[in-house]
Design a protein around this ligand. Structure first.
Ligand code: EPS
Length: 397
């Protein structure tokens, strides 16, 4: 049935990462070069560790696609791990000194083991390669409807850009982002962020930051106000909080909303006939503090989601911890890791946010083939544009 879903499998140093994506209609052209470009972007960014020089992430599509087009059946995707050594105990030794901030301690207690290795292998952010692939596949579907996602680094260690992506500016900002070593669409901020990452490396420390994604072109009415589980902003928050190392999620102005009076927060509505063909159907706003959702539904404005990533929990200098085999004080184990993975997180966010939009889109418009989805989508927009005829069905043959 037309419910888009994705399940991932795979350990960081197992043979491969896997994602199975179900619920896409038949007939969607899959741009594998785009999927692989997103995987490559996720591997990049200033401050990443040596693992990314070993891996060349690429998606192998094992099912659900024929001649580059979806069949309507589940897509199974495999991303091989070059550094596969999970079954070699000499190269994946037990880790008994948990890293504060990592899954090590809570997971080893949960699974009743003093070796954190089996926990960290699955908890590793390497899993986000699989979710990035799922999001990029979903974007092949969204592109048919002119829905595009743009993610970037808003700040690293508090060093922020004040870039304002809009339907008119985001493509230029994307070019700036793609020229930035930190994926921040601002050359001055990029330079200062790189300096902060360099300093963290000298200090044997790590840094976090803010990542932001904007999804352009969504029609109004994705998600629902009728059941809290179907609210688009709730779904986005759930999915984004599920990205490794994310500690907060905001939609639109987010926590700043708390400090404003209503008249300074809510986005006034105008009707502009010249915009009636676009995603707003002509209901124009001069601000987007709501971040594209009202009542848990898309409102035609760009969807804006922002997330805070904590600093990587593997520190070269270590942190005070305890050896699980003796319960004596110990410095946490150092494993090869990143100084900063905020740039990678911006790619993951962009694709995860798009996946949630695609899921809501599938629920709203249904259909088994892309032809049917397109017809359903076009018909809904036709009915919406017919308003204020109420009910529109009164005039339909
Ligand atoms: C990652 C791969 C991992 C880490 C990082 C993300 O590679 P390895 O552990 O082999 O060096 O660099 O994982 C973590 C941040 C984590 O918390 O485990 C990747 O591909 O993104």
């Amino acid at each position: 049935m037309p419910t888009l879903d994705a399940i991932t499998a795979g350990e960081s140093h197992g043979p491969a990462l896997i994602v199975v994506i179900s619920g896409l209609p038949s007939g969607v052209p899959i741009d594998l070069a785009f999927v692989n470009a997103e995987l490559a972007r996720r591997q990049g960014g200033y401050g990443r560790g040596a693992r990314q020089r070993i891996e060349h992430d690429a998606a192998e599509v094992l099912s659900g696609v024929r001649g580059g087009v979806t069949l309507g059946s589940p897509l199974a995707i495999r991303i091989p791990n070059a550094d596969a050594r999970l079954d070699d105990p000499t190269r994946t030794p037990p880790l008994t000194r948990p890293r504060p901030g990592h899954a090590d301690l809570a997971g080893s207690i949960k699974y009743l083991t003093t070796d954190c290795r089996p926990i960290l292998e699955r908890a590793s952010a390497r899993e986000t390669a699989a979710r990035t692939a799922a999001g990029a596949i979903a974007r092949c579907f969204l592109r048919v409807f002119d829905i595009e996602a743009f993610g970037f680094v808003r700040s690293i260690r508090g060093i922020a850009t004040d870039a304002v992506p809009t339907p008119a500016t985001w493509q230029a900002l994307r070019a700036l982002r793609d020229a930035s070593e930190t994926y921040c669409p601002d050359a001055a901020a990029t330079a200062a962020q790189c300096e902060a990452i360099r300093q963290a490396k000298i200090d044997k420390d790590t840094v976090g930051g803010l990542v932001e994604a904007h999804v352009f072109g969504c029609p109004p009415g994705l998600g629902s106000c009728m059941d809290w589980r179907d609210k688009l902003d709730a779904r986005l928050a759930y999915a984004v909080m599920g990205i490794q190392a994310i500690k907060s999620v905001e939609v639109g102005l987010g926590k700043e909303a708390a400090d404003r009076v209503g008249s300074a927060f809510h986005d006034p509505i105008r009707f502009d006939r010249s915009a009636a063909d676009g995603p707003t159907l002509g209901f124009v706003r001069d601000s987007n503090n709501a971040g594209g959702t009202e009542g848990g539904m898309s409102n035609g404005q760009p969807i804006v989601v922002r997330a805070a990533m904590k600093p990587i929990s593997t520190l070269l200098r270590g942190m005070p911890s305890v050896d699980l085999t003796t319960k004596e004080p110990a410095t946490s184990t150092y494993e090869r890791s990143d100084i900063c993975a905020v740039s990678a997180a911006s790619v993951v966010l962009e694709n995860v946010a798009a996946f949630e939009v695609a899921r809501a889109f599938r629920e709203k418009f249904g259909g088994d083939s892309l032809t049917e989805v397109r017809a359903n989508h076009a018909n809904f927009l036709r009915l919406a544009r017919m308003m204020p005829l109420d009910p529109p069905s009164a005039t339909l043959a």
